[in-house]
Design a protein around this ligand. Structure first.
Ligand code: BGC
Length: 248
């Protein structure tokens, strides 16, 4: 089945039609920079443009970088605060006309990796973390998601983890891979103490550069660490899976 997946991020909004049986993108993804300010109407305009680009009329899954419950937005750490309290699913459904499902961005990436990628067939506790503008998280037990885990806001050395070790912080502060990996290792060690995971999966923008840091992350944790296989496309694929009626 062909479902459109759209991933709303801090710097770009990306979409592609997805074969939800195989997890493959059916066309090259289309990306538009995130408007600033990223208010609901401006973001909905971009989402509508992406839908038009693919001439898509069927179900659409959309990720959003915030706590999402029943299509509503409950937080806004890295997005315009005017989103809090909005019904994002209703807003996008009005604009697109077809059925829309909205899901937290990291939860979507986790769903894709558990179904088609690094977490496929993994039992026990799996934690996927996305490192981009912020840090997103998804936690699974025997393949089932506990939604909206928000581990990016765990306090490390008196600060939100995402304010110390997101990909944005690495770039802005000019941290070396070793310095950044040191911060991430400390963060993984805290998560290990709390959740005893069997596997960490590292996704988000940074997963395209896994060869630069993966081997540096082992210091802080005894838990295996893998890079997301679908790299930065996991959000698009997971969103489409959530929107596919027979798969969610
Ligand atoms: C938000 C999460 C989101 C993550 C990654 C955090 O700041 O609170 O909801 O998943 O950023 O975008």
């Amino acid at each position: 089945m062909n479902v459109l997946g759209i991933d709303i991020g801090g710097t770009g909004i990306k979409g592609a039609p997805v074969n939800v049986e195989t997890g493959e993108l059916l066309a090259e993804r289309f990306r538009i920079p995130t408007p600033h300010p990223a208010r609901p109407d401006a973001v909905a305009d971009v989402v509508a443009e992406i839908t038009r680009h693919f001439n898509h009329a069927g179900p659409t899954g959309i990720t959003f970088p915030a706590i999402i419950k029943k299509g509503g937005v409950y937080s806004a750490s890295n997005v315009d605060t005017s989103w809090i309290g909005t019904d994002a699913a209703a807003l996008f459904t009005r604009r697109l006309g077809g059925p829309v499902t909205v899901v937290n961005d990291a939860d979507a990436a986790g769903i894709a990796e558990m179904r088609f990628g690094a977490g496929r067939g993994q039992k026990g506790v799996v934690i996927l973390l996305t490192f981009g503008t912020g840090i997103g998280s998804a936690i699974f037990y025997d393949g089932r998601l506990l939604p909206n885990s928000e581990f990016g806001h765990l306090t490390i050395r008196g600060k939100d983890a995402e304010k110390r070790s997101s990909e944005k912080v690495r770039e802005e502060k000019g941290l070396s891979w070793k310095q950044w990996a040191g911060r991430v290792s400390e963060y993984l060690a805290s998560l290990e103490k709390l959740f005893s995971p069997d596997l960490f999966i590292i996704g988000g923008g940074v997963s395209n550069k896994a060869e630069k840091f993966l081997s540096l992350l082992t210091a802080g944790t005894s838990v295996p660490v893998e890079a997301a296989r679908m790299r930065n496309e996991a959000g698009i694929i997971g969103a489409a899976c959530v929107a596919a009626p027979h798969l969610s």
